[in-house]
Design a protein around this ligand. Sequence first.
Ligand code: GLN
Length: 545
Amino acid sequence: MASKNPKFIFVFGGVMSGIGKGIATSSIAKIIQSRGFKVSAIKIDPYINVDAGTMNPTEHGEVFVLDSGLETDQDMGNYERFLDITLPAANYMTTGSVYQKVINRERNLEYKGKCVQIIPHVTGEIIASIENAAKVNDSDLVIIEVGGTTGDYENDLFTEAARQMRMNHPGDVLYVMLSFVPYPSKVGEMKTKPTQQAARSLNSAGIQPDIIIARSEQVIDEKRKEKIALFCNIRKEEVISAPDVESIYEIPLNFESDNLSEKILKKLGMKPKKTNLEDWKMLVERIKKSKKEIKVGIVGKYFGTGECILSDAYISVIEAIKHASFANNRKPIIDWINSEEFEKDPKSVKKLSNYDGLIVPGGFGTRGIEGKINAIQYARENKIPYLGLCYGMQLMVIEFARNVLGIKDANTTEINPNTKSPIIDIMPEQKSKLENNDYGATMRLGGYPCIINKNTIAFSSYKKTEITERHRHRYEVNPDFIEELEKSGMIFSGKSPNKILMEIAELPQKVHPFMVGSQFHPEFTSSPLNPNPLFLSFIKAASKK
Ligand code: GLN
């Protein structure tokens, strides 16, 4: 039974972004959950975008799709993976979604002629959304991650709502600040000043952090802890050291070595129950013991920012590979392969023989597509285990149509709207949406059922005939070509219940050890304790190569 009096923890970022606030939030949630409490997590994204579906993955990272179909921030994926739960749409909000609600209420005269103001109406909407999420999830504790860094104009509103929440729920609200403690090699000493400034910036918004998690390359020494405590107005035990780690899944255990869950429960007046982190400890042990490598190549078009490649755009795919590899006692080595390379130099595709398995992940648009098709042909002809995710499945079908059926101009209408052989075509209900520039949240999104045929790789992976997986697409395998594809050996082993949408395509194992593509995104339902079945059998096949 969850509590009628839920507790709330707000997590703020100090100093800078990109230091693992999502993972810290997930890890705090995990250690409280492991003490027998019902925990859920909320992500606040301080953007005007109403959801993450229209945000650029280069800037914002992967769009994580919830079972409900809401397109959200990748941190929602972290929460689901750490907590092994399915989060509802109520657990994600953006500045845009909050304003949209307020403006709709205003149009409906719900404020009864009052002047509608940022404070209290917008902040009130934020608070109501958080309280509602606690109710929807029936939570003992809700942890709320405020995106961005303290002092940003953009998250001021949410910081203010967090401040008001403590007034509304005295004794039930805790503030955690995640900070960064740099260790400049030339200085030879860890510097706490940025943390002090960040705490001061929160103070000026009326918030005193209760706990400071200090991220650093190394363990924070006692002297630095004392300094942070003194200047940030907390006790030394409330400074938690969070050094860099090999695997993110170690972090809950690291927090517990500082007794963090006990400190939090005490502050919130929650009765500590015995910790059960046994499964998690075994997982971390298995990760550390998995020494035999498995090489997986992800062939995509890459999202670069300056000189860097942002792997964040495929974070769920990477994590799903890791989960399945660890379960197979393998250490995954993941390489990024830019498909445009194979367009410039088709012979270079040979380098793919170095991989135990290849993945073409989801994507949109024209860039790098022909290179991906070359890579898929190479995987098929050279019997390299292949997993195609969404676009990767569609392109697998196109490659098969071109090179096995001999339909040379086979294509998707996403690339060539006038192709005579639209093997992949836009779903009828999607057409008018695009014509009207109606892009936001209009794809086929979220969890839909898929019926699986027996005696297929799909069935031997999932071991059942009905599954639900999450989707995010506008195009599908064109029903007009299915008979022809099947005659030449392609198997559609998973279909929508009305048999119209092809959900899983595969080749018989007598011709290829593992050539499978799914219209859905299996990566969204993988967690370290419950790896996704399709990834598991892909990695199993790849370990045999
Ligand atoms: N662009 C393709 C479609 O819209 C695939 C989408 C994806 O890979 N998520 O159907």
